[in-house]
Ligand binder design. Structure first.
Ligand SMILES: Cc1cc2nc3c(=O)[nH]c(=O)nc-3n(C[C@H](O)[C@H](O)[C@H](O)COP(=O)(O)OP(=O)(O)OC[C@H]3O[C@@H](n4cnc5c(N)ncnc54)[C@H](O)[C@@H]3O)c2cc1C
Length: 410
């Protein structure tokens, strides 16, 4: 038996390999990894590791001998260059691997803006990116961040803690526009400004001034000139879909289209993690998510299917971000027309924005309110009417706000 070839050893690929063995899968598993180093957690790259609080070897996904012990052949430094569904082979630089099942777990790559290709401009996706950025932060005083999304804001918070002067340039008129409600954007903006981050909203880049191959300042179209010793471009990612798309897999919204079992449109080829687009039952919409939860849970689902256990992906999506003293935790996805109820006192720094549509709970956006977050992951999508007025009282447990559905047989 040729077994399973997994391309990509990030959160999704490693989880798929682990879950296959946990499900009793006995066939060979090969984990093809373009990166040379042991698979690692990505979230600390903008947080604890960048801050120097964790070393690279402290954020590995599994210990050094885990893969050998579990009969998983980890192939570091191996880049898959083609997938042939007819012969069922994955091509590498020095040969090819036969498969019974292939899993594409190739993630996404950070986008670099054309006008920023200079030696002191960085993106942040890989450990190597984080080490380069860390090195530049140790030598520079002025950091300009292009993009007020999660990565940009996490790096802004880390850089301020390390004593750098930080400007964040965001073209939208609020931070995190696609990810959090307006009230939370304003709160986060205010917390960053209170810690000395200069945030420029609704700002267009006019250009950069450079000397000897290095950016010296970033100019805004209004004329402001932001001094820069280094620049982080945090403007989002492009899913790595080339391998399967070139082999004929269908794509949607930039990702590889998968069904509830994580199957692509190619026979015996699955896809998981940041590179996928899928139908999310809890919202009834087609989405592409970039989160550890999504990568790990899709890895489990694909493994269940390959090992013959079945199972369909039907999660409540969740995500977290750490910025200064804020632990942001989001469960569910915002919907157009969602109504927000504030739970807890914003001034206390611990509160949640509870989002409902009619009498349905659709999302909970929490700041330092872990109990709300954990409860909401169980309640979103659960049947029953959600009482948003009751949820405003933080002493009422969230689960008490959900009335049991009427017994339809009565
Ligand atoms: C700095 C940073 C901070 C983050 N913080 C958070 C957070 O706080 N909370 C959260 O939920 N999420 C966070 N995320 C997002 C989260 O890390 C990703 O959603 C998750 O890592 C996706 O996992 P993945 O396995 O799909 O992709 P990846 O982790 O990107 O792994 C894909 C792997 O495939 C490899 N690969 C690609 N093409 C090939 C090929 N042809 N051959 C071989 N290998 C290949 C890549 O090199 C990569 O190693 C963060 C991401 C970053 C970058």
């Amino acid at each position: 038996m040729a077994g399973t070839v997994i391309v990509g050893a990030g959160h999704a690929g490693v989880q798929a390999a682990v879950s296959l063995r946990q499900a009793g899968y006995q066939e060979p598993i090969r984990l093809v990894s373009r990166e040379e180093r042991a698979p690692y957690h990505r979230p600390p790259l903008s947080k604890a590791m960048l801050a120097g609080e964790k070393r690279p070897e402290q954020i590995v996904l599994r210990g050094p001998d885990f893969f050998d012990r579990n009969g998983i052949e980890l192939m570091p430094g191996a880049c898959a260059s083609a997938l042939d569904p007819a012969s069922k082979r994955v091509r590498l630089a020095d040969g090819s691997l036969a498969y019974d099942k292939a899993v594409i777990a190739t993630g996404a790559g950070a986008r670099m803006l054309e006008g920023f290709r200079y030696e002191n401009a960085f993106v942040l996706r890989t450990m190597q990116d984080a080490l380069s950025l860390q090195d530049a932060m140790a030598r520079g005083a002025n950091l300009v961040i292009v993009g007020g999304g999660f990565i940009g804001l996490e790096v802004a918070a880390t850089a301020r803690k390390l004593g750098l002067s930080v400007d964040v340039v965001e073209m939208q008129d609020r931070l995190l526009q696609r990810a959090v409600p307006e009230a939370l954007s304003s709160y986060i903006c205010q917390r960053h400004r209170a810690r000395g981050v200069r945030i420029h909203l609704g700002a267009q880049i006019g250009g950069v001034a450079a000397s000897a191959g290095r950016i010296t300042s970033v100019e805004l179209s209004g004329g402001a000139r932001l001094a820069a010793d280094l620049v982080l471009v945090g403007v989002g990612n492009a899913p790595e879909i080339g391998l399967a798309a070139a082999a004929g897999a269908r794509t949607a919204s930039g990702g590889l289209l998968v069904d509830g079992a994580m199957r692509t449109t190619l026979p015996d080829v699955y896809a998981i993690g940041d590179c996928t687009t899928f139908h999310l039952p809890v919202t009834g919409s087609q989405v592409r998510l970039e989160s550890v939860q999504n990568a790990v849970d899709q890895g489990r689902t694909a493994a269940g299917g390959i090992a013959g256990q079945g199972g369909s992906y039907d999660p409540v999506p969740w995500f977290w971000s750490d910025q200064f003293d804020m632990k942001l935790q989001m469960a569910g996805l915002s919907v157009p027309g969602g109504e927000f109820t504030v739970r807890g006192a914003v001034e206390s720094g611990s509160f949640s924005l509870v989002e409902t549509l009619g009498d349905r709970l659709v999302a909970v956006h929490s700041v330092n309110a872990a109990a709300d977050h954990m409860a909401s992951r169980r309640l979103i999508g659960a049947p029953g009417r959600f009482d948003r007025r009751a949820a405003a009282d933080k002493d009422v447990p969230l689960k008490a706000c959900l009335a049991a559905p009427m017994d339809r047989c009565a």
